[in-house]
Design a protein around this ligand. Structure first.
Ligand code: ATP
Ligand code: MG
Length: 243
Protein backbone atom coordinates (compact mmCIF):
# COMPACT_ATOMS: atom_id res chain seq x y z
CA UNK A 1 0.00 0.00 0.00
CA UNK A 2 1.39 3.39 -0.98
CA UNK A 3 2.03 5.84 1.86
CA UNK A 4 -0.44 8.72 2.07
CA UNK A 5 1.13 12.14 1.53
CA UNK A 6 -0.31 15.34 3.01
CA UNK A 7 0.03 18.49 0.92
CA UNK A 8 0.02 21.87 2.63
CA UNK A 9 -2.68 24.38 1.68
CA UNK A 10 -0.42 27.35 2.49
CA UNK A 11 -2.46 28.09 5.63
CA UNK A 12 -1.59 26.50 8.98
CA UNK A 13 -5.19 26.90 10.12
CA UNK A 14 -6.51 25.00 7.11
CA UNK A 15 -3.77 22.38 7.42
CA UNK A 16 -4.75 21.86 11.06
CA UNK A 17 -8.37 21.39 10.06
CA UNK A 18 -7.26 18.79 7.53
CA UNK A 19 -4.91 17.02 9.92
CA UNK A 20 -1.80 18.21 8.06
CA UNK A 21 -2.98 19.08 4.57
CA UNK A 22 -4.97 17.58 1.72
CA UNK A 23 -4.34 13.87 1.44
CA UNK A 24 -3.35 11.67 -1.46
CA UNK A 25 -5.51 8.60 -2.00
CA UNK A 26 -8.52 10.72 -1.02
CA UNK A 27 -11.06 13.21 -2.35
CA UNK A 28 -11.20 16.67 -0.82
CA UNK A 29 -14.22 18.77 -1.76
CA UNK A 30 -14.60 22.50 -1.17
CA UNK A 31 -17.99 24.10 -1.54
CA UNK A 32 -19.11 27.62 -0.81
CA UNK A 33 -20.45 30.87 -2.17
CA UNK A 34 -18.80 32.74 -5.05
CA UNK A 35 -15.45 34.41 -4.27
CA UNK A 36 -15.06 32.28 -1.14
CA UNK A 37 -11.62 31.04 -2.23
CA UNK A 38 -12.22 27.61 -3.79
CA UNK A 39 -10.33 28.44 -7.00
CA UNK A 40 -7.63 30.37 -5.12
CA UNK A 41 -6.96 27.26 -3.04
CA UNK A 42 -6.73 25.27 -6.29
CA UNK A 43 -4.03 27.66 -7.55
CA UNK A 44 -2.14 27.47 -4.27
CA UNK A 45 -2.25 23.65 -4.32
CA UNK A 46 -0.86 23.68 -7.88
CA UNK A 47 2.33 25.12 -6.37
CA UNK A 48 2.44 23.39 -2.96
CA UNK A 49 2.08 19.93 -4.52
CA UNK A 50 5.40 20.53 -6.27
CA UNK A 51 7.28 21.36 -3.07
CA UNK A 52 9.60 18.67 -1.68
CA UNK A 53 7.94 16.40 0.88
CA UNK A 54 10.04 17.83 3.72
CA UNK A 55 8.47 21.25 2.96
CA UNK A 56 4.90 20.00 3.05
CA UNK A 57 4.68 19.15 -0.64
CA UNK A 58 4.19 16.04 -2.69
CA UNK A 59 7.15 16.41 -5.05
CA UNK A 60 4.82 15.67 -7.97
CA UNK A 61 3.00 17.02 -10.98
CA UNK A 62 -0.46 18.52 -11.11
CA UNK A 63 -3.42 17.97 -13.43
CA UNK A 64 -6.02 20.74 -13.63
CA UNK A 65 -9.43 20.16 -15.22
CA UNK A 66 -11.11 23.52 -15.60
CA UNK A 67 -14.84 23.58 -16.34
CA UNK A 68 -15.39 27.29 -15.79
CA UNK A 69 -12.35 28.86 -17.46
CA UNK A 70 -11.04 30.32 -14.21
CA UNK A 71 -7.47 28.97 -14.21
CA UNK A 72 -4.97 31.87 -14.41
CA UNK A 73 -1.32 30.97 -15.19
CA UNK A 74 -0.39 34.53 -14.12
CA UNK A 75 -1.74 33.77 -10.67
CA UNK A 76 0.76 30.90 -10.29
CA UNK A 77 3.74 33.27 -10.60
CA UNK A 78 3.52 35.15 -7.24
CA UNK A 79 2.47 31.95 -5.46
CA UNK A 80 5.54 30.09 -6.77
CA UNK A 81 7.73 33.06 -5.77
CA UNK A 82 6.32 33.02 -2.24
CA UNK A 83 7.50 29.42 -1.87
CA UNK A 84 10.88 30.15 -3.47
CA UNK A 85 10.16 28.16 -6.62
CA UNK A 86 10.82 28.97 -10.26
CA UNK A 87 7.44 29.99 -11.76
CA UNK A 88 8.27 28.70 -15.24
CA UNK A 89 9.23 25.27 -13.92
CA UNK A 90 6.11 25.18 -11.75
CA UNK A 91 3.89 26.03 -14.74
CA UNK A 92 5.57 23.32 -16.84
CA UNK A 93 4.47 20.74 -14.27
CA UNK A 94 0.80 21.71 -14.43
CA UNK A 95 -1.08 19.76 -17.10
CA UNK A 96 -4.08 21.92 -17.90
CA UNK A 97 -7.29 21.08 -19.75
CA UNK A 98 -10.51 23.00 -20.24
CA UNK A 99 -13.67 20.84 -20.35
CA UNK A 100 -16.76 21.97 -22.22
CA UNK A 101 -19.27 19.18 -21.57
CA UNK A 102 -19.59 16.53 -18.85
CA UNK A 103 -18.65 13.85 -21.42
CA UNK A 104 -15.56 15.84 -22.33
CA UNK A 105 -14.74 16.10 -18.62
CA UNK A 106 -15.04 12.31 -18.27
CA UNK A 107 -12.87 11.63 -21.33
CA UNK A 108 -10.20 13.97 -19.99
CA UNK A 109 -10.06 11.82 -16.84
CA UNK A 110 -9.51 8.71 -18.95
CA UNK A 111 -6.66 10.42 -20.78
CA UNK A 112 -5.11 11.62 -17.54
CA UNK A 113 -5.08 8.14 -16.05
CA UNK A 114 -2.86 7.06 -18.96
CA UNK A 115 -0.51 10.00 -18.29
CA UNK A 116 -0.40 9.29 -14.58
CA UNK A 117 0.81 5.76 -15.17
CA UNK A 118 3.89 7.27 -16.87
CA UNK A 119 4.67 10.33 -14.75
CA UNK A 120 4.55 11.05 -11.01
CA UNK A 121 1.38 13.08 -10.39
CA UNK A 122 0.30 13.96 -6.85
CA UNK A 123 -2.71 16.24 -7.42
CA UNK A 124 -5.77 16.26 -9.65
CA UNK A 125 -7.97 19.35 -9.54
CA UNK A 126 -11.51 19.46 -10.91
CA UNK A 127 -12.82 23.03 -10.69
CA UNK A 128 -15.79 22.61 -10.62
CA UNK A 129 -17.04 19.04 -10.47
CA UNK A 130 -20.70 19.94 -10.99
CA UNK A 131 -20.89 23.00 -13.26
CA UNK A 132 -21.17 21.13 -16.58
CA UNK A 133 -23.74 18.70 -15.20
CA UNK A 134 -25.89 21.65 -14.26
CA UNK A 135 -25.60 22.97 -17.82
CA UNK A 136 -25.93 19.64 -19.67
CA UNK A 137 -28.88 18.33 -17.63
CA UNK A 138 -31.51 20.94 -17.10
CA UNK A 139 -35.11 19.71 -16.77
CA UNK A 140 -36.36 18.07 -13.57
CA UNK A 141 -36.94 14.82 -15.46
CA UNK A 142 -33.21 14.55 -16.14
CA UNK A 143 -32.14 14.50 -12.52
CA UNK A 144 -31.88 10.72 -12.12
CA UNK A 145 -29.82 10.49 -15.32
CA UNK A 146 -27.60 13.34 -14.16
CA UNK A 147 -26.96 11.73 -10.79
CA UNK A 148 -26.07 8.44 -12.45
CA UNK A 149 -23.54 10.15 -14.76
CA UNK A 150 -22.18 12.13 -11.83
CA UNK A 151 -21.68 8.90 -9.87
CA UNK A 152 -19.69 7.48 -12.80
CA UNK A 153 -17.48 10.56 -12.87
CA UNK A 154 -16.88 10.37 -9.12
CA UNK A 155 -16.05 6.67 -9.12
CA UNK A 156 -13.47 7.39 -11.82
CA UNK A 157 -11.95 10.09 -9.60
CA UNK A 158 -11.81 7.71 -6.63
CA UNK A 159 -10.12 5.10 -8.81
CA UNK A 160 -7.46 7.62 -9.91
CA UNK A 161 -6.86 8.76 -6.32
CA UNK A 162 -6.29 5.18 -5.17
CA UNK A 163 -4.44 3.80 -8.17
CA UNK A 164 -1.91 6.63 -8.48
CA UNK A 165 -1.81 7.85 -4.86
CA UNK A 166 -3.05 11.23 -6.01
CA UNK A 167 -4.88 13.89 -4.00
CA UNK A 168 -8.12 14.87 -5.72
CA UNK A 169 -9.31 18.41 -5.00
CA UNK A 170 -12.73 19.23 -6.41
CA UNK A 171 -14.83 22.32 -5.98
CA UNK A 172 -18.59 22.42 -5.75
CA UNK A 173 -21.23 25.08 -6.03
CA UNK A 174 -23.93 25.95 -3.56
CA UNK A 175 -27.61 25.99 -4.38
CA UNK A 176 -30.36 27.93 -2.68
CA UNK A 177 -32.37 25.67 -0.44
CA UNK A 178 -35.97 26.69 0.02
CA UNK A 179 -35.88 24.62 3.19
CA UNK A 180 -39.41 23.25 2.74
CA UNK A 181 -40.93 26.23 4.51
CA UNK A 182 -38.57 25.80 7.41
CA UNK A 183 -36.33 28.73 8.31
CA UNK A 184 -32.73 27.62 8.32
CA UNK A 185 -29.77 29.69 9.42
CA UNK A 186 -27.69 28.95 6.32
CA UNK A 187 -29.86 28.91 3.19
CA UNK A 188 -27.13 27.41 1.01
CA UNK A 189 -26.23 23.79 0.57
CA UNK A 190 -23.78 21.98 -1.70
CA UNK A 191 -25.04 20.85 -5.11
CA UNK A 192 -24.92 17.21 -6.20
CA UNK A 193 -27.04 15.64 -3.48
CA UNK A 194 -26.14 12.38 -1.76
CA UNK A 195 -24.07 11.14 -4.70
CA UNK A 196 -21.56 13.95 -4.28
CA UNK A 197 -21.75 14.00 -0.48
CA UNK A 198 -20.71 10.35 -0.26
CA UNK A 199 -17.84 10.58 -2.74
CA UNK A 200 -15.81 13.07 -0.76
CA UNK A 201 -13.43 11.84 1.93
CA UNK A 202 -13.49 15.31 3.43
CA UNK A 203 -15.85 18.14 2.67
CA UNK A 204 -14.91 21.75 3.37
CA UNK A 205 -17.36 24.62 3.53
CA UNK A 206 -15.96 28.08 2.67
CA UNK A 207 -17.54 31.42 3.29
CA UNK A 208 -16.49 35.04 3.13
CA UNK A 209 -15.33 36.89 6.22
CA UNK A 210 -14.02 40.44 6.56
CA UNK A 211 -12.00 41.72 3.57
CA UNK A 212 -9.76 38.98 2.24
CA UNK A 213 -10.49 36.84 5.27
CA UNK A 214 -12.26 33.53 4.67
CA UNK A 215 -13.85 31.07 7.05
CA UNK A 216 -13.67 27.31 6.61
CA UNK A 217 -15.56 24.57 8.38
CA UNK A 218 -15.28 20.84 7.83
CA UNK A 219 -18.43 18.93 7.09
CA UNK A 220 -16.84 15.56 6.67
CA UNK A 221 -18.92 12.43 6.86
CA UNK A 222 -16.26 9.83 6.20
CA UNK A 223 -13.43 11.45 8.11
CA UNK A 224 -12.58 10.96 11.76
CA UNK A 225 -10.97 14.38 12.19
CA UNK A 226 -11.15 15.70 15.72
CA UNK A 227 -11.39 19.22 14.30
CA UNK A 228 -14.85 18.66 12.87
CA UNK A 229 -17.19 21.61 13.03
CA UNK A 230 -14.54 23.94 14.38
CA UNK A 231 -14.21 27.03 12.20
CA UNK A 232 -10.80 27.98 10.87
CA UNK A 233 -9.87 31.36 9.41
CA UNK A 234 -7.51 31.87 6.48
CA UNK A 235 -6.69 34.72 4.07
CA UNK A 236 -6.44 35.07 0.33
CA UNK A 237 -3.18 36.91 -0.37
CA UNK A 238 -1.23 37.71 -3.56
CA UNK A 239 0.97 34.72 -2.63
CA UNK A 240 -2.06 32.43 -2.40
CA UNK A 241 -3.88 30.96 0.58
CA UNK A 242 -2.23 31.93 3.88
CA UNK A 243 -3.02 32.63 7.54
P1 ATP B 1 -16.68 30.90 -7.60
O1 ATP B 1 -17.79 30.16 -6.91
O2 ATP B 1 -17.16 32.14 -8.28
O3 ATP B 1 -15.87 30.02 -8.49
P2 ATP B 1 -14.43 30.85 -5.76
O4 ATP B 1 -14.79 30.30 -4.42
O5 ATP B 1 -13.70 29.96 -6.67
O6 ATP B 1 -15.74 31.47 -6.42
P3 ATP B 1 -12.08 32.46 -5.85
O7 ATP B 1 -11.96 32.75 -7.29
O8 ATP B 1 -11.21 31.40 -5.29
O9 ATP B 1 -13.60 32.17 -5.48
O10 ATP B 1 -11.82 33.77 -4.99
C1 ATP B 1 -11.83 35.04 -5.58
C2 ATP B 1 -11.35 36.04 -4.57
O11 ATP B 1 -9.98 35.79 -4.24
C3 ATP B 1 -11.37 37.45 -5.05
O12 ATP B 1 -12.61 38.01 -4.92
C4 ATP B 1 -10.34 38.10 -4.14
O13 ATP B 1 -10.97 38.39 -2.90
C5 ATP B 1 -9.35 36.99 -3.91
N1 ATP B 1 -8.16 37.15 -4.78
C6 ATP B 1 -8.05 36.79 -6.07
N2 ATP B 1 -6.83 37.11 -6.56
C7 ATP B 1 -6.17 37.67 -5.54
C8 ATP B 1 -4.86 38.24 -5.40
N3 ATP B 1 -4.00 38.27 -6.43
N4 ATP B 1 -4.53 38.74 -4.20
C9 ATP B 1 -5.37 38.69 -3.17
N5 ATP B 1 -6.61 38.19 -3.24
C10 ATP B 1 -7.01 37.69 -4.41
MG1 MG C 1 -14.03 29.34 -8.64
Amino acid sequence: RKAVIKITTGSQALDELLGGGIETNAITEAFGEFRSGKTQLAHTLCVCTQLPTNMGGGNGKVAFIDTEGTFRPDRIVPIAERFGMDPGAVLDNIIYARAYTYEHQYNLLLGLAAKMSEEPFRLLIVDSIIALFRVDFTGRGELADRQQKLAQMLSRLIKIAEEFNVAVYMTNQVIADPGGGVFISDPKKPAGGHVLAHAATIRLMFRKGKGEQRVCKSESINCSSIFLNKTHIFQITPGGIAD
